[in-house]
Design a protein around this ligand. Sequence first.
Ligand code: FMN
Length: 565
Amino acid sequence: MPPTPSETARAYHAITKHQSDRYARSAGFMDWDSQPSPFRRFPGAALIKLPLGAPCTRLTFGQMARGEKPAPASQDPQGLAQIGRLLELGLGLTASKEFEGNRWILRANPSSGNLHPTEGYVILPEGSGHPAGVFHYAPQDHLLELRCSLDREGSNKLAALLPPGSFLVALSTIQWREAWKYGERAFRYCALDTGHAIGALEYSAACTGLHPVSVPGWSDTDLAGLLGLQREADFEELDPWEREGPDVLIAMTPAVNTDGESDILAIEISPGSLLQILAHGTWHGKANELSEVHHEWDVIHTTAAATERVATFPSALLPPRPAPFSALTWPLQDASLEQIIRGRRSAVSMRAGAKISLQAFTRMLDATLQREEFQPWRAWSEEPTVHLAIFVHRVEGLVPGLYFLERNSDHLEDLKGACRPDLLWDRHVAPSELGLPDLGLFLLRPGNSESVARAISCQQDIAADGVFSLGMVAKLAPLVDEDASKYRRLFWECGLIGQVLYIEAEAAGLRATGIGCFLDDMMHSLLGIQSDDWQVLYHFTVGVPIQDDRLQTSPPYAHLDRSKL
Ligand SMILES: Cc1cc2nc3c(=O)[nH]c(=O)nc-3n(C[C@H](O)[C@H](O)[C@H](O)COP(=O)(O)O)c2cc1C
């Protein structure tokens, strides 16, 4: 009997663990000759220049964090200015760095190894400056490539299918970009990157006066059809590694509708109706080649196929969520959200011995809870399934040690049962005079955990030098057995939590870094986890960054000369 999709996903997870004596399989060296281009293009597709630096809402970080509604940035939510802003601050370039003749580009969304497997698409009804159709986003030149154009009738039908002033955004993944460097573990990194990109788009939407909304009910085949990813003719000369896999579909709706309210939480768009409209569209362009040489990591293809979303989903029923905690304040709360997004970077090294306040720690963790109306969680319509095992190194008012933040109290008893019996599970409640929310934070074991955090994170100092670092513990086997596509979505949830921590750290005047390189089972044995009912999927660290003054930074789009396009 061939393995079931769930068995395939669980087996993939097991073989791609990093162990202290053996990392997950990869080429083991950097094969620069086969390095894939980080930029997909569709030569032959018509190009639409997106404006750079179009006006944003003046939303401050504090307003966003308190769930305040932004005023629309423009009266034309489907116009190029707003779409350009959304994509620039969500998936676009944010800086160009240079050191000793090497130059590299950073983007609004972080990515494991800065390899950027995530591609972005928009599906637009006709608006000012653009026709109706399906467009691929080319971040390097900040362009839309028109992949599928619609005639007048198709354009009218598309407009009728979407709520007024709304359009769709979709993400896809090119696994090869990460597999090139990381081999078999790359599938995990790609899915984490997708989660980060979802988060980046959610924050960017707030800057643009848009509310991201979940669009349930789309299978991967439907989404591939919408984005043209299954079109053999457009990918025919490419190695199969260079194909894109569909990920996620999100609707962007105006933050403030004509009644001054913005209460849409999920919209239903029938895949059949939208694909029917595209069946009469005209497709343009052929995908570019990213590498001349490829290495095989078959298990990635098998796992991608096993974790395809096949079933259509019932309407998103958002679980009840707590309201934002209004009494919290941030050091940079009066800075614009745009400034925080643009400034987000991964810390390469952190100041050992630095300390933060209990307030700052609480604010960052509080933001990871899926609070109602809190921007980064708007389009995430799923129940929390990921919890945080936190190495508190230096937080005033907390004894250093291993802590646990429950993000879904329904899981707590199960988790306690899965962990070693000698953990304390002492609930930590902040002194009432501080006016902080009760997070659901538990002390598991006091004591300095800097060296164990470093050892688990593949000996990376940032895990010990941060003020805290953490592992994201997900309910795995029971959910994957129910629906194997959940395997990818668990990583998305982790990536989204990571994006929240990146942005929160910036707003606190700190800096964060995602840690994909960690020793899975060393973390499991610390917690006493013995089965794959619960597994750690991602690590993260937050601390005081040490700036490297040797690096030169320049503006991201200095290379663009619009007149030449
Ligand atoms: C999923 C993921 C895993 C990562 N793992 C590591 C890691 O193990 N160590 C590290 O120093 N940085 C890690 N990073 C940070 C990336 O190297 C960083 O995002 C990338 O170089 C781009 O830089 P930026 O975040 O400043 O834009 C990770 C980032 C992501 C999104």
